[in-house]
Ligand binder design. Structure first.
Ligand SMILES: Cc1ncc(COP(=O)(O)O)c(C=O)c1O
Length: 419
């Protein structure tokens, strides 16, 4: 974020937002002047980051894919925002909230790399993408394409529009270990017909952590006049990319995942030329133009959106490249130790460009639900069981506060369970 934009954000509208810019910088330990690759293995640096969180001692949390808890610094700023908005009351809601929300919109646009007129803050990925699927100007006979590994809430909405508007859904299956980008692109390409209107793809598949070649799929689909909607729930503030360069038509994400925003904040990007054709989810106010006409949801917890400036600052103070490298390092740390062990099945591609923090592992002959339950009850390790769409195992998601010692305990548990 540009300094000018940030300063403007904290003073805008006269709301006395806590002036925490400097203090946030101070409390984040300064990074040793080394490359992200070297920093990734520097346990003493990451121990200091860990100290910025209040962590439960009861179990090792390897289920950070659901959402990222807030570091104490962001949490305290967020609590102050709640107090401030409560103090200013209706006066704030009728006057200043609009400008200040617009400023947060500018911040997220700047963060992901798109124009502020092409993005809005929503509650989550589900709201963002279901709005596109339900509001798309479908005609009877149109076709949509997605994968069985995509997220259930979006698949449910595609099923609903199939019933409601007479479209048909083509559901393909992604390999857990693709040989190349071309293999993935061809899967989608082969499913396209003259009736295809929209393809949904995950940027990062939630059950395996597999990263898809989004730009290549978008470029291919556009050659057929087909639009692409990207589910980026797990990608924002996890892996580095520029949204515009992906060349997608729609992009939805949850900011309470890897950006560590308070629960209930997401984003929706819509390429300018598509905005006017999408039907809003709720009644339209004719006086509102552009993407904002799709973002009319009544009274909202504005203090939650205002926390964006602090979440972005926390992320940037660690450094996007440092965070991505550390997360990939942690995943490789444990996967390297188990990949060749009999009875252990890794469901995530090994190449650096195809995965980051998230990986999925199964044990031959053990139900994922039993595996997750044993990990928690016997080894005090919290994960989530995945059992479907060709993926059978536990999803393992470390965070910036995860230590290699914790992963050693997980590896030990896996080896014992597999033998
Ligand atoms: C790939 C993917 N898409 C969408 C979602 C839904 O996110 P939310 O519940 O924040 O709307 C998730 C949640 O985990 C997800 O993993």
């Amino acid at each position: 974020m540009q300094k000018r934009a940030f300063l403007k954000a904290i003073t805008l509208g006269g709301l006395v937002l806590p002036q925490i810019g400097k203090s946030m910088t101070k409390i984040i330990p300064s990074q040793p002047k080394v490359s992200p690759t070297l920093l990734a293995a520097d346990e003493s640096y990451w121990e200091k980051i860990r100290a910025m969180y209040r962590l439960k001692p009861d179990y090792i949390n390897l289920e950070n894919g659901y959402y990222n808890i807030l570091p104490e610094a962001t949490l305290n700023h967020y609590l102050n925002l709640i107090k401030e908005v409560n103090y200013h009351g209706a006066f704030y809601m009728r006057t200043r909230q609009f400008n200040e929300r617009a400023e947060q919109n500018n911040l997220i646009a700047n963060f992901v790399g798109c124009d502020p007129t092409e993005i809005v803050l929503t509650r989550n990925t589900t709201e963002s993408l279901d709005l596109i699927i339900s509001g798309y100007p479908w005609a009877v006979g149109d076709e949509a394409i997605f994968a069985e590994q995509d997220y259930g809430a979006m698949i449910d909405m595609f099923k609903q529009v199939a019933k409601r508007h007479g479209i048909s859904n083509k559901i393909l299956s992604l390999p857990n270990h693709p040989k190349s980008d071309d293999e993935i692109v061809a899967l989608y390409q082969n499913a396209i017909t003259p009736k295809t209107k929209l393809i949904m793809i995950c940027h990062m598949v939630n059950i395996t952590g597999q990263i898809l070649p989004v730009k290549k799929i978008c470029d291919m689909a556009h050659q057929y006049g087909v639009e692409v909607m990207v589910d980026g729930a797990h990608a924002i503030a996890h892996i580095q990319f520029n949204l515009k360069e992906l060349n997608c038509d729609y992009y939805g994400a949850s900011l309470h995942k890897w950006l560590a925003m308070p629960l209930g904040v997401g984003m929706l990007y819509i390429k300018k030329e598509h905005q006017s054709k999408i039907w809003p989810l709720l009644g339209e106010n004719d006086t509102v133009k552009g993407i904002a006409r799709l973002n009319h949801f009544g009274t909202n917890p504005v203090h939650t959106y205002l926390a964006l400036q602090y979440a972005i600052q926390f992320h940037q103070n660690i450094g996007a490249a440092n965070k991505e490298e550390r997360l990939r390092y942690l995943q490789n740390y444990w996967t390297n130790k188990i990949v060749d062990i009999p009875n252990i099945i890794l469901n995530t591609p090994r190449e650096a460009n195809r995965s980051c923090a998230i990986a999925n592992v199964g044990i031959k002959g053990l139900k994922p639900s039993e595996m997750a339950s044993t990990l928690l009850k016997t080894y005090q390790i919290y994960t989530v069981a995945i059992d479907g769409a060709g993926v059978h195992g536990c999803r393992i998601t470390p965070n910036v506060f995860t230590t290699t010692k914790e992963l050693d305990q997980f590896v030990k548990a896996l080896k014992e369970m597999a033998s």
